[in-house]
Design a protein around this ligand. Structure first.
Ligand code: ADP
Ligand code: MG
Length: 826
């Protein structure tokens, strides 16, 4: 069967994957070989080096953990790889993902007898560009010739919105999966769904909860049983299998606890202890025991939702409902807290575990499949039409052009559309001499309308035309996706220069100029220009964002040498399918260099991470004390959030997990740390503001005292104007403006003071008191004597000269401190 639209949508999940097919206005899930709707995202290599995907592989995670892998989606876009012990083969995350995709593709072939060449694949909206690029590579490896990526919350919104009558409403999509979290606000308007804002966390999901259950409940329970299990932790290769079993048991029990209040865990042989005895583990896990560990994650997810609303100045009353997606949302505590805290009704009427695949299939139904159209054979007529397969109109316009083979004359030809079910006819339409036409179709609600195309020649004989039919469904469509994180480069002074900002509709290109800082020598790849690329929203401190790769031009790519300080124009393009491309234009060489973007997320060094964490903990302790003493409300809110979300504990847990060999925990740790750093920066800035205001007020008072004594009308008038401007800056909390105004006020004071000889006398006295701290005591003493002599002989220039030299003898910090009390420009 050939399809005119893509129709198949794949949810390539961390834990489970799923494939759906659009069927009219509904969707069907394609079941796998085990008649299951969900295929676990797990791959196992058996003893004969054959690969298995899904349930069978998931089962082997416990007893063959060196040949069975899962949760590889969380490693997409990194340089991590796994090694199958059975074959020694190294595999990257996209290769494992490709196996899952192949398996789903195989299910379609088996169930539908169709070979899938194109597909829509969903990705978390929070994914960075390297993760998306790796997903594209996975699709290629799986043999798809065309693939388009769609963000998971967008797909979920479409599943709910496709046949909905709601209009002019906002929805919040809350999607928590196996290891990722997305919150997106969408708006339904005029039959189009638009993503308004997004927030998320790449490391928030069921996996974190399972890890907490194992480490905080099960491992301590085993310790109490009296077996000798030396160094019983996940990182120890000896206990790899035991920990894989514990994780699986924890997950099963957790899922059960969404229905019951107690779940019993029985592992007949967890492992063998030091004496060779089988360790029998039995434990009754209670819902009340795991809830304290789930709560901070829910807290964090709700805070993200609130931020997403606040950023668009939307209140909870503006949101009609929360669309709930993903396995963990079946947890009663999560649902209660989410609806309680947000005060918005939840909607989970479409199965939270398959809704993303269903939405992806609907999206696929909107995408025309050019590549799959049957090729016209010689002598056939063809139809070119920009016709959209889905839209809100019940009488959609259709136009296009019929192309005749061998330039045959189309005079007298007609075209007519006949809907197959209702037998509605468009009536005969005469083609214009160039073959073009336009008319309207009539469509019925709640089903796919299929129109046969009848092309007739001048004497009324039917002619074969390709395609011979078109489809149209009345339904909601999607507007262009938006970029979910700003993309830019880190500059030498640690600022982020943004190329494309968060919220920009895609596709989008952006150009910027850069100057080379090293020489690039033709033919020598070791000489290169390298600019770090970051994703994130902290434009003031680039290192708080995620490093996703670099823009690179090396000697092998250029026609001639590029000297230092050469102008290079870089263009970055991000497509609708979240694909990114970058090229550089070097004007002096008149050369365009393509593929200059290297996307990869390097795993952070754990020792460096640990040092950074300790530094931040200290910083946090310091500002917490200061915030309490200043009673700054805003800072207190941020600190409370850090406490409720147990941010510091989670950072440390992630570090411990990374040390225990969990490959994505190091990124989890780093991302959380960046966030903590940003929060602490924010508090520091907050606390600095009241102090800055107080200092400004004191300085203005001092300025008036000086102006009253030494100033004239002119200087007082200038001071008055500046004072008004400074107060305005205070009222709008504009730090930079206040600073500028205070500098201008200082200049006036300085000018007034510098004109007064008594001021110089005062400075000399001050410096004399500080002579004990000067770097060269004997020189200082000589300068003071000289200064006094100059004073007595009314030699002002001589006095100034001595003072300048004395200031130079102060230690650096003292110079600065002294400089503040001294007129500028001394
Ligand atoms: P993904 O899309 O990332 O693969 P899913 O939406 O399939 O994730 O959710 C998988 C996660 O949901 C796993 O961590 C699983 O343990 C958890 N989960 C599944 N069912 C339940 C349930 N009934 N209660 C709590 N958690 C659940
Ligand atoms: Mg999911």
């Amino acid at each position: 069967m050939s399809r005119t639209t893509i129709d198949y949508g794949i949810d390539l999940g961390t834990t489970n994957s799923c494939i759906a097919l659009l069927n009219g206005t509904g969707t069907d899930i394609i079941e796998n070989n085990y008649q299951a709707k969900l295929t676990p995202s797990a791959v196992w290599m058996d003893g004969k080096c054959r690969l298995h995907v899904g349930q069978k592989a998931k089962e082997r995670l416990e007893d063959d953990p060196c040949n069975a892998f899962s949760e590889f989606k969380l490693q997409m876009g990194t340089s991590h790889f796994w090694t199958f012990q059975n074959s020694g083969k190294e595999v990257r995350p996209e290769e494992l993902s490709a196996e899952v995709l192949k398996s789903l593709r195989g299910d379609v072939e088996q169930q539908k007898g169709e070979v899938m060449n194109s597909a829509i694949i969903t990705v978390p909206a929070d994914f960075d560009l390297p993760e998306n690029a790796a997903t594209q590579r996975a699709a290629q490896l799986a043999g798809f010739s065309y693939v388009q990526l769609v963000q998971e919350p967008v797909a979920a919104a479409l599943a709910y919105g496709f046949q909905s009558d709601s209009d002019k409403v906002f929805w919040l999509v809350y999607d928590m999966g196996g290891g990722t979290f997305d919150a997106a606000i969408v708006q339904m308007r005029d039959g189009i769904i638009r993503v308004v804002n997004h927030g998320g966390d790449k490391n928030l999901g069921g996996k974190q909860i399972d890890r907490d259950i194992v480490n905080n409940i099960l491992v301590p329970a085993i310790a109490k049983q009296g077996y000798t299990l030396p160094d019983f932790k996940k990182g120890n290769p000896r206990w790899l299998t035991a920990f894989a079993k514990l994780k699986a048991a924890a997950e099963d029990a957790k899922i059960q606890l969404s229905r019951t209040t107690t779940a019993s865990i029985v592992i007949p042989e967890l492992c063998k202890d030091e004496q060779g005895n089988a360790v029998y583990f039995e434990y009754d896990l209670k819902r009340s025991e795991i809830e304290p560990f789930i709560e901070p994650y829910v807290e964090r997810s709700i805070n993200i939702c609130q931020k997403v609303l606040e950023e668009k100045r939307l209140g909870t009353e503006n949101i009609e409902k929360i669309i709930v997606v993903g396995g963990p949302t079946l947890t009663p505590l999560l649902r209660d807290k989410l609806s309680g805290r947000m005060g918005i009704p939840l909607d989970y009427s479409i199965d939270p575990l398959t809704v993303v695949a269903r939405g992806a299939a609907i999206f696929a139904g909107i995408q025309r499949q050019e590549t799959e159209l049957p090729k016209p054979s010689r002598g056939q007529f063809t139809l070119d039409t920009p016709h959209q397969p889905v839209g809100v109109e019940s009488e959609p316009k259709i136009g296009g052009r019929v192309n005749a083979p061998d330039n045959r004359d189309l005079t007298g030809f007609t075209i007519e559309f006949v809907e197959l079910k209702s037998m509605w006819r468009s009536g005969i339409i005469k083609l214009r001499s160039n073959g073009s036409f336009s008319t309207e179709l009539r469509a019925e609600q709640k089903r796919m309308n299929e129109y046969l195309i009848e092309l007739r020649d001048a004497v009324g004989n039917l002619q074969e035309i390709v395609p011979d039919r078109i489809n149209y469904t009345i339904g909601t469509t999607m507007s262009n996706p938006i970029l979910t994180h700003s993309v830019g480069v880190a500059t030498a002074n640690n600022e982020m220069q943004v190329f494309i900002s968060k919220g920009t509709p895609l596709p989008r290109s952006s150009r910027q100029r850069h100057y080379t800082t090293t020489e690039v020598k033709r033919g020598d790849p070791s000489t290169r220009l390298r600019i770090p690329v970051v994703e994130g929203e902290n434009t003031k401190r680039a290192n708080r964002n995620r490093l996703i790769g670099s823009l690179e031009i090396n000697g092998a790519q250029v026609r001639r040498d590029i000297p230092v300080n050469t102008d290079v124009e870089i263009k970055i393009t991000i497509t609708e399918s979240l694909e990114v491309r970058a090229e550089a234009f070097i004007p002096i060489l008149e050369q365009v260099v393509d593929k200059v973007l290297v996307l990869v997320k390097e795993a952070p060094d754990l020792d460096v991470l640990e040092r950074e964490i300790n530094k931040e903990k200290e910083r946090l302790g310091g500002i917490a004390g200061r915030s309490r003493s200043t009673n700054d409300q805003h800072s207190e809110i941020i600190l409370q959030r850090i406490r409720y979300e147990q941010t510091v504990d989670h950072i440390e847990n992630a570090l411990a997990a990374a040390r225990d060999g969990d490959p994505d925990a190091s990124h989890e740790c780093l991302n959380r740390l960046h966030e903590l750093q940003t929060s602490i920066d924010e508090i520091e800035d907050n606390l600095a503001w009241p102090m800055m205001v107080e200092e400004a007020q004191e300085e203005m008072q001092r300025a008036w005292n000086i102006a009253e004594e030494y100033g004239d009308d002119n200087s007082r008038h200038r001071l008055q104007t500046l004072e008004q401007e400074a107060y305005k800056a205070i009222s709008v909390q504009d730090r930079d403006l206040l600073q500028r105004k205070m500098e201008e006020i200082s200049t006036i004071i300085n000018q007034l003071l510098l004109a007064r000889p008594e001021y110089w006398v005062f400075l000399l006295e001050q410096l004399e008191e500080m002579k004990g701290q000067m770097t060269n005591r004997s020189l200082a003493e000589r300068l003071i004597i000289e200064g006094k002599r100059a004073l007595n002989s009314n030699n002002l220039d001589g006095l100034k000269n001595c003072i300048r030299q004395l200031v130079d003898l102060l230690p650096r910090e003292q110079q600065e401190a002294f400089g503040n009390t001294m007129p500028r420009g001394l």
